[in-house]
Write a protein that binds this ligand. Structure first.
Ligand code: EPU
Length: 334
């Protein structure tokens, strides 16, 4: 639990970007974190799995890495189990643990990179499930006062790829542990088109393990593994537009992919927009747009964060010009 200086973060961000932290330290408990917070040179940045972050420069101040472990059932009844998970646990390790323990609710979130502590930050979601559906509460430490605070579901203000920790409380709290209510009698959710097809093609019965396997297979086919090609999953959020604008676009582009999400709102597949604007498979030096999923920007080796940022801005401009839609980044740009 000591500070190291000029510490390389290359292996700690899934874009694989070579940046340095002026000071760096790891913590394994709330007490260790509180000690570090007293000493740490400001500004302070908390790092989880580094899978949703684009570093465009070296970091001044301190980077603290959450390595709080532990997965424990702390309460249960006939139908559910309340599970407390350390913020430093890898999200996918927790998913595998839940499947091994026959507890349902997060199997659709298999293979999402990142840590448990970062998961509530942006209410991670995939294949028709978001963590808010199993979230009970979390424990967090205030960076300046060191106060430990409990946030229940309403406090977190979860939305699509959003929580209060990305808004009003940005940069103020460290999420140390998260409690989830998982189901002993799982309710399977295979309605997301590709999941049903995958299970049918696998010719297996629908259970937690097979849903997880199906999702892992889909993700491995479409999303590059950061171990091979640096990336942060979806770079942009899927934008929401008015039905009126959607109808207008649909007349011009009959293939456009959109899902109605409210009476007057349609969510558009950003990947479709980016692909139609001609970017899918684009490569310039070591930056690019993945050839199987246009929403994923990649680092083929020596790209700089600034190059990826520039590429993302060029994509935004061209989507704006072609479709009059503003794409917002999903990753945190530092
Ligand atoms: N599509 C294209 N071109 C592409 C890829 C997809 O046109 O290159 C179209 C397809 O028609 C497809 C639609 O876009 O039906 C949606 O594609 P996909 O199912 O791959 O999902 P997505 O909307 O691109 C979102 C999440 C992913 C999550 C998947 C599955 C966001 C920003 N992304 O992607 O999350 O895994 O759904 O649920 O909401 C992440 O957040 O990092 C992430 C990977």
């Amino acid at each position: 639990m000591t500070f190291e200086s000029n510490y390389s973060l290359k292996l700690l961000n899934t874009f694989g970007l070579s940046v340095q932290a002026e000071y760096f330290a790891r913590f394994n408990s709330i007490e260790e974190l509180q000690k570090l917070l007293v000493e740490a040179k400001r500004p302070i940045m908390i790092l989880g799995g580094g899978s949703n972050i684009l570093f465009t420069q070296n970091l001044i101040g301190s980077v603290l890495k959450n390595e709080i472990g532990g997965i424990d059932i702390i309460d249960e009844d006939e139908q559910t189990a309340l599970v407390q998970v350390g913020g430093g646990v890898k999200w996918h390790d927790f998913v595998i643990w839940s499947i091994n323990n026959q507890l349902g609710g997060i199997e659709n979130l298999s293979l999402i990179p990142g840590s448990v502590g970062a998961a509530p930050m942006q209410n991670i979601g995939a294949y028709g499930t978001e963590i808010k559906s199993v979230f009970e509460h979390l424990e967090a430490v205030h960076i300046d006062s060191l106060e430990v605070r409990i946030f229940n579901k309403d406090d977190c203000q979860f939305g699509y790829r959003y929580s209060i920790f990305k808004g009003e409380l940005k940069g103020q709290f460290v999420i140390c542990s998260v409690n989830f209510r998982l189901n002993k009698i799982p309710k399977f959710n295979t309605s997301y088109g590709t999941v049903e097809n995958e299970l049918r093609a696998m010719k297996v019965k629908v259970n937690l393990e097979n849903i997880s396997k199906a999702i892992i297979a889909i993700r491995q086919r479409k999303l590059p593994d950061p171990k091979d090609i640096g990336n942060c999953g979806s770079f942009f959020k899927n934008p929401t537009i008015s039905n009126k604008q959607y109808e207008k676009l649909k007349a011009q582009f009959p293939q456009i992919v959109g899902y109605s999400i409210a009476q007057d709102k349609t969510k558009i597949a950003a990947a479709w927009l980016i692909e139609k604007a001609g970017w899918k498979g684009y490569k310039h030096n070591d930056t690019g747009v993945h050839q199987s999923q246009a929403l994923v920007l990649v680092n083929y080796g020596q790209a700089k964060g600034k190059d990826i940022l520039k590429l993302s801005q060029n994509i935004q401009t061209s989507v704006q010009q072609k479709f009059d839609i503003t794409l917002e980044p999903e990753v945190n740009i530092i």
